[in-house]
Design a protein around this ligand. Structure first.
Ligand code: GTP
Ligand code: SPV
Ligand code: MN
Length: 593
């Protein structure tokens, strides 16, 4: 095994299981060199230099974007690929009807075939990473073997990478084995495969986001959810935020919205001017690991240490904290660039700068109707750049959750906000979330589909068993979080958003926090508890009149009956494992409507 240089790539762990696995993978993939990453600054600078030389990254204008770099992915490789994502369990039943299933033996054989000699002429990076704050009982170790420099540089931001990971390996917890090779980046040779029984992931044929940064969706959600079910905790596609009231009282909120439906924005929300004294800080923007704590509450950590955020639509008005998070040491993927190394995307500012190169590298014509930045273009930024990072983001203990919010992107049917009657009803609300598809995954955009708990693409086992696990959690949490549903995306008949969203979402959040403390009213509606106009704080937002509010909150029985039919499609699909409680919840809702 040749190290890359005298100076870098030599952090060899002593753990024989790691050494054996790395040797085995290297003899299969046959890289020219093995580079053992240590996560240091010096190593980062060396890897950045290498990636510039190899045309993987392009430095941005360092005055405007200190430490900023630009990457264009292969144009066929710009989002997650659900049709190429597999859960490989002993039986198809374990993976369930909402996942692609493959027999582990057959899939290993196919993948080994593809990996054979795949790293010839390349370097294999050994990336040790810790998911979660150092010292947290919830944290987990992964090791990713990858032939992509871009992946290494992203993992460095998104996870706590380096020696700290090796130190956290215990007999009991072990480590996740992730193997990643870009191969020739051909969609026909693209497979994102999970082996929960082996705590292993093999991903080939893609270098992009959730397909390739194995700590994120693959480990933290698909493998994580399977581990959580077994060991009594939860891995969820949720942001985590802290709301501090003017009196200094803190509440912690977890919220699950599907991909590209507003988690990062909500996690970094800046309250409207009239909300003086209210403060939001970010614990996490995409993933939460939660488990019952000794005091009867549900505690959550953010396993990540960076943001892989949607760029289009982000600007100083919509999300200033995200803009500030990108100010330094940030990687931009698939945005548009100017000749002087500046970046641009739809919704950044107007007019667009002259002589832009689009995300494919072609001169961009504003009149062409084509997007300059890919709709799923992303920034990768360290969470420590976030001006409103919660200090709890590094807390090993995590934060006690007061409320769980589900939400989706819905032009119709779903009101701005409502509250579940109880935990079981809340699980039903989460289980039946519908949302319009977005650019975060390859496929048709804008189609309403069921996305239970925003986990449809990320649940590593049978969806019915996952609902059962959610229902069971109530026996282990003495002080249950309250459950809510929100929709920022309702539209009027002309197709305009009815709700201003972003910072104004604070008004809904305040009601939620007050509900948790039993200090605000609501009325009982067929679908749950709903605020009356006077229950929300409207100071500084005169445009939401009682009439407009009624439009935002409207429950149209016809639309709801249609909604119930759509829910039924999911329930039929997973019928054999669907908990009966959820069927009863559906019956009760029909009766109330
Ligand atoms: P993933 O990283 O894919 O999981 O996405 P996310 O859930 O973190 O979504 P994000 O916050 O990045 O928002 C996605 C898109 O929705 C962006 O273009 C935002 O500008 C837009 N968006 C976010 N919040 C709101 C809102 O309250 N109202 C409206 N109209 N758009 C929003
Ligand atoms: C998502 O799609 O939910 C993301 C982006 O957060 S990715 O990392 O590609 O999964
Ligand atoms: Mn996400």
């Amino acid at each position: 095994m040749t190290p890359t240089t005298e100076k870098f790539g030599n952090l060899r762990p002593t753990n024989p299981a790691i050494l054996e696995w790395v040797t085995h993978t290297a003899s299969l993939t046959q890289p020219d060199v093995i580079f053992w990453c240590d996560g240091s600054e010096a190593e980062k600078n060396y890897l950045l230099e290498q990636s510039i030389q190899q045309n993987i990254l392009q430095p941005l204008n360092q005055t405007k974007w200190p430490g900023g770099y630009y990457h264009r992915s292969h144009p066929n490789d710009v989002a997650r690929v659900e049709q190429c994502t597999y859960i490989c369990t002993e039986t198809a039943e374990e993976a369930g009807p909402t996942n692609n299933w493959a027999d582990p033996k057959e899939m290993y054989q196919k993948l080994y075939g593809l990996l054979k000699g795949s790293m010839r002429g390349r370097t294999m990076f050994v990336v040790p990473y810790l998911m979660g704050p150092p010292g947290s009982p919830l944290s987990k170790v992964g090791i990713e073997l990858t032939d992509s420099l871009y992946v290494v540089l992203n993992m460095r931001i998104m996870t706590r990478m380096g020696e700290v990971a090796y130190r956290h390996i215990t007999e009991e917890n072990g480590f996740n084995r992730g193997t990643h090779s870009t191969l020739d980046c051909h969609p026909e040779r693209r497979f994102i495969c999970h082996f929960p029984a082996d705590n292993a992931i093999i991903s080939v044929g893609s270098g992009y986001g959730g397909n390739a940064l194995l700590g994120k969706k693959c480990l933290a959600l698909r493998i994580g959810s399977a581990l959580g079910r077994r060991w009594g905790w939860m891995a969820e596609h949720m942001l985590l935020l802290c709301v501090e009231s003017p009196e200094g009282e803190k509440s912690y909120i977890a919220a699950a919205f599907p991909s590209a439906c507003g988690k990062t924005n909500f996690a970094m929300l800046i309250p409207p001017k009239s909300f003086e004294g209210w403060k939001i800080t970010t614990v996490g923007d995409d993933i939460a690991w939660m488990r019952p704590g000794p005091n009867g509450r549900l505690y959550a950590i953010n396993p990540e240490s960076g943001y892989f955020g949607v760029v289009p639509g982000t600007n100083m008005q919509s999300n200033p904290n995200a803009m500030r998070s990108m100010e330094k040491d940030t990687l931009f993927t698939n945005v548009a660039i100017t000749p002087d190394g500046d970046v641009w995307w739809e919704g950044k500012d107007n007019p667009p700068p002259k002589d832009l190169l689009d995300w494919k590298g072609n001169p961009w014509d504003p009149k062409s109707g084509e997007k300059a930045a890919h709709p799923n273009s992303r920034f990768t930024a360290p969470m420590y750049n976030n001006p409103v990072l919660a200090k709890e983001a590094d807390s090993p203990k995590g934060v006690p959750i007061d409320a769980i919010i589900f939400g989706g992107r819905r032009a119709t049917t779903m009101p701005l906000v409502f509250e579940a009657f109880n935990w079981t009803h809340g699980v039903y609300i989460g289980a039946t979330v519908g949302s319009e598809t977005t650019a975060a995954a390859v496929g048709v955009m804008g189609q309403v589909r069921r996305d239970p708990m925003a986990m449809l693409p990320f649940c590593g086992y049978n969806m019915g068993s996952y609902f059962r696990h959610w229902l069971n959690m109530r026996h282990h949490i003495a002080i249950l979080p309250r459950i809510f549903h929100v929709n920022w995306f309702r539209k009027d008949t002309e197709g305009n958003f009815l709700w201003p969203g972003f910072g104004e979402n604070m008004r809904v959040l305040k009601w939620i926090v007050q509900r948790c403390k039993n200090t605000i009213g609501a009325i009982e509606a067929p679908i749950g508890w709903m605020p009356r106009y006077q229950d929300l704080d409207w100071k500084g937002l005169p445009e939401i009149t009682p009439e407009k509010f009624a439009q935002l909150m409207k429950i149209d029985t016809k639309e709801w009956l249609h909604e119930l039919m759509l829910q039924d499609e999911l329930f039929m699909k997973i019928y054999t494992t669907l908990p009966k409680e959820l069927v009863y919840q559906r019956e009760l809702l029909i009766a109330r409507l």
